[in-house]
Ligand binder design. Structure first.
Ligand SMILES: [Zn+2]
Length: 447
């Protein structure tokens, strides 16, 4: 029995070795291409809570160096590296172009995926499945591939210096990533004149572009009241006051949503308020104690404000109506980064002819055979806000047309043809932006 087992074992080890040898050979034989380089990046497990930044840094560094670009690693918080790639321009005194993307990804639940989320499986239809394929490892590799082509196929030389930044922690707020980068001396030294950051997929044949982000606010409302027997009716219990507050908030939410439903505003142009948790009750071994009215109740909300909204007005509404002290209610607000730029202006990049960068960007898309949709505000939040806060005109753009929007969803994928077309679009954008020899002052670039 034992002998038979051993023979089986050695046979299967032999078979396995053969298999491994075979697969190594196939991998080696598979030619390096933009797609395989994209897949290599996608296979690095960069999902929170433990993103493998180290492997990503070494891959990006070697890809950048392989096309003769300088790459350095900066670290503004321990274990949170940032890769900065540079292609010097022939006139380095002109403000530079910064192309940004984030290294990290949100987690994925493998059981809900058709293919393992970090396998970067390419189907016969050309769909590449991976967490991060749309958000936003695609642009990270497209920037490099576009520069590779400009350098080696078109012998292009940029007038302005081009930088690419690969930042950590965007998906958890960017505090140790872009926020610290934007505030650093190293960033100041880059003398950035214009920045491109991530955007979102478009389901039509028009590319989407984003000129502002919404501003995130986290709200926690707490109600306290006298506990009592579950049979008693009395005023001002914690639960009653929290429920009344929820009704008022629901009314506000409904009014905002009605504007969207009526077509009067895009969903990114209103204040969204969504309850994300409720916490109350006295736990028991079988669930909750059912005959006691609890003395505390709490609810949490995800709120997003368009950049033109007045946060102080909303805060007053919260204090007066949503969590009134007269009803024994308190609240906490956590603000997600800057709301106004250094001059006190809303964080908006002008997406019109008053902004020369906008004109160049738009022309470059058309020159690449693309169509551009009406510029939008991003319903969520990206690192772009930290650069807009410095007054740097920043557009959010990821060249994905005819693609379902799958960021943070199960089975995130990007088609190989869409990825490859995106490289061509970036060749046009990067060459146009870096050739712009206009003056150094763009007072109207942020509106
Ligand atoms: Zn993203």
């Amino acid at each position: 029995m034992a002998m038979y087992d051993n023979r089986c074992l050695s046979l299967s080890v032999f078979a396995l070795t053969l298999l491994l040898l075979a697969s190594t050979t196939t991998q080696e034989e598979e030619e390096e291409s933009p797609i395989t380089r994209f897949q290599q990046y996608l296979r690095i497990k960069t999902a929170h809570p433990n993103p493998d930044y180290e492997s990503a840094v070494s891959l990006l560094t070697s890809q950048a160096q392989s096309i003769g670009l300088q790459a350095q690693t900066l670290e503004f918080a321990p274990g949170k590296p940032l890769v900065l790639v540079t292609w010097p321009g022939t006139n380095p005194s002109l403000p530079s172009i910064l192309l940004n993307s984030h290294i990290d990804s949100v987690p994925a639940e493998p059981s809900n995926w058709l293919y393992p989320p970090f396998s970067a499986t390419r189907t016969s239809e050309g769909k590449i499945y991976a967490r991060g394929s749309q958000d936003d490892k695609c642009i990270g590799i497209q920037y490099l591939e576009a520069i590779r082509n400009l350098r080696f196929s078109h012998n292009f030389k940029p007038l302005r210096t081009i930088h690419i930044s690969y930042v950590p922690d965007e998906e958890i707020g960017g505090v140790d990533g872009s926020a610290k980068f934007a505030a650093s001396e190293e960033f100041k030294d880059l003398n950035v004149g214009f920045m491109l950051d991530e955007g979102q997929a478009s389901t039509t044949d028009e590319f989407r572009v984003f000129y502002a982000d919404r501003w995130p606010m986290r709200l926690i409302i707490k109600a306290v009241g006298l506990p009592g027997h579950g049979s008693r009716m009395y005023d001002n219990t914690a639960m009653e006051n929290l429920m009344k507050s929820m009704e008022v908030i629901s009314q506000f939410r409904g009014n905002q949503f009605d504007l969207v439903k009526a077509g009067l505003a895009a969903s990114s142009e209103v204040i969204s308020v969504n309850p994300v948790y409720l916490k109350a009750g006295s736990p028991s071994p079988t669930g909750f104690v059912m005959n006691v009215q609890p003395s505390e109740a709490e609810a949490g909300f995800d709120i997003r404000l368009p950049p033109t909204a007045e946060p102080d007005l909303l805060k007053k509404r919260i204090a007066d109506e949503w969590a009134p002290a007269t009803k024994n209610m308190t609240f906490q607000i956590r603000e997600g980064g800057p709301m106004r730029d250094y001059m006190g202006r809303p964080l908006i990049t002008a997406a019109n002819d008053s902004n020369p960068w906008w004109c160049i960007f738009k022309q470059a898309i058309i020159a690449a055979g693309g169509k551009l949709a009406k510029p939008e505000m991003l319903a969520s939040t990206s690192d772009a806000r930290f650069m807009r806060q410095l007054g740097i005109p920043t557009l959010g753009f990821s060249p994905m047309i005819e693609t379902p929007i799958l960021i943070h969803e199960h089975n995130e994928f990007l088609k190989d043809s869409v990825f490859l077309k995106g490289i061509k679009v970036y060749e046009s954008i990067i060459s146009s932006l870096s050739s712009f020899d206009g003056g150094n002052t763009f007072g109207s670039a942020t509106a």
